[in-house]
Design a protein around this ligand. Sequence first.
Ligand code: SF4
Ligand code: SF4
Ligand code: SF4
Length: 432
Amino acid sequence: MPETIDIRKGLEVFRARLGEADAAHLSACVHCGLCAESCHYYRMDPHLENVPARKLDLVAQVFRRHFTAMGKLGLQGHALDEGMAKAWLDAVYGRCSLCGRCSLNCTVGINLPRAFKAARAALTAMGMVPADLQATVDNSLRHGNNMAITREDWLETVDWLQDELRAETGDPLAEMPMDRQGAKILFTVNPREPKFFPLSLQASAKVFWAAKEDWTLASDGWDLTNYGLFNCNDKEAGAITRNLVDAMARLGCETLVIGECGHGFASARWEGPEWLQGTFPFQVRSFLEVMDEYLEEGRIQVDPCRHTLPVTLHDPCNLVRHGGLAEPQRRILDRTTSFFQEMTPNRAENFCCGGGGGQLAMGAYKERRMRSGGMKAKQIKDSGAKVVVAPCHNCIDQLSEINKEYKLNVQIKTVAEMVADALVTEPPTGEP
Ligand code: SF4
Ligand code: SF4
Ligand code: SF4
C-alpha cells in the first residue's frame, strides 16, 4: 500500500474505462439477488460481501458520487477515499476471479466484470494492486515471460525435450524447431510448461510431429500469458501482447497458435488488438482448434482404447464463457476416449475453478481461493471421473491444489496430453 493514494488519478482511470453502456449498467441493478448463487465465492461462503451485486454496489457508489449530477451535490453515492479503496481492493481483487458467471445469470444482463475491471484499473493506477500480481506483470515486461525464465534455460529445456521427443517417437528427425523463419505456425506456451510441466509441452510437440506440421517456437516472444488482463493496466497489457506481435513479424509466420491457456487465448485473440488499437496481420488460433482440425482432416489418428479411465472436462472461463470456444475440445475428447462424460453444469455455465482473475498470483487471498474452489471439487466428485482434462495451465495449477485439498484423487491432463497418449502412427487397433 503506497503512503499516499492518488485518488484523482484513480477516478480518472476509473471513468476512462467505463463507456456509456457500462455507466448505465452501474445503475441497472434491481437487487433481485439472483446472481448470488452464480458466484463460487458465495456458494462456498454465503456472506453478503461475496454476493456479486454487493461487489457491484461498491463500484456503483463511487460512480454515483463522482460522476452524476446528484452525486456531485453530495446527495448520493460514496466518495472514493482510502476506506472505499480498501473495500474495492477486498471486493474486486480479493473476492472475484472475473469469471463472468454472475453476468451470464443476471436478470437484467449487467456486465459485472467490466465494472470490476474498471475498479481494478483504478486501484492499479493508485498503486494498490497486490504486489505479487504486479510482480508477475513486471516479469513479463522485463524478461519477456511471467516467470523470468532466462533465454538460456528456455533454449536448453526445448533442446532436452527435443531429445525426449526423438526417444519417444523413435524418429531421429523429430524436431522442436526454434526460430524457424517463415514457418506456417508460431506456437506459444505458458511458462509453467517449461518450468513445471515440460511433458505437456512435449505432448504438443508430438502432435505437431504426427501432423507433419510446419511450426516453430520462438526464442523471444514465446510466452502466451498476459497478467495485464488482471491488473487491468491496458498499457502494460499492450506491451506484453507486443512481444507476440514482434515475434510473428520477426519470424514471418502465418498463424499465431496459443497453447492451452484460457486467459492467454482471450488476451491474444480478443483483447490484444484492442490494447494495440489495430488489427493483427495474422490469424490467432487456439491449439484446440488446430488439433480438432488435424483429427477432422485425418492428419493424425488416435486410438480411443488407450484411455481406460472415466474422463471429464473443465471449461476454463476465459476460453469458454468469455472466449466462446467450447466445442473443439469436446470433439477431440469424443475421438480420443470412449469414457468422456460432462460435468454439470458445463460450457458457458461451468463454474470457475477459483484460480482465475490472477488469483493464483495473489498470495493474500489463497484461503478464499481454495474455499471457492470447493465448487469445482464438488463438480468433479459428482462426475465420478478419474481424469480431469483442463485446457488451461492456470486452471491446472488450481485444480492440482484442489485435488490435494479436497482429496479428489484424480489425474489432471491437458487436451494435448490426451491426444498425444492416444496417437497412433499405424492403423488403430481398437474401434475408430
Ligand atoms: S465475476 Fe465470477 S467471481 Fe466475480 S463476482 Fe461474478 S461470479 Fe463471482
Ligand atoms: S442478478 Fe443482476 S440485477 Fe439481480 S442483484 Fe444481481 S446484479 Fe443486480
Ligand atoms: S483459472 Fe481457469 S476456470 Fe478460473 S477464471 Fe481462469 S480460465 Fe476460468
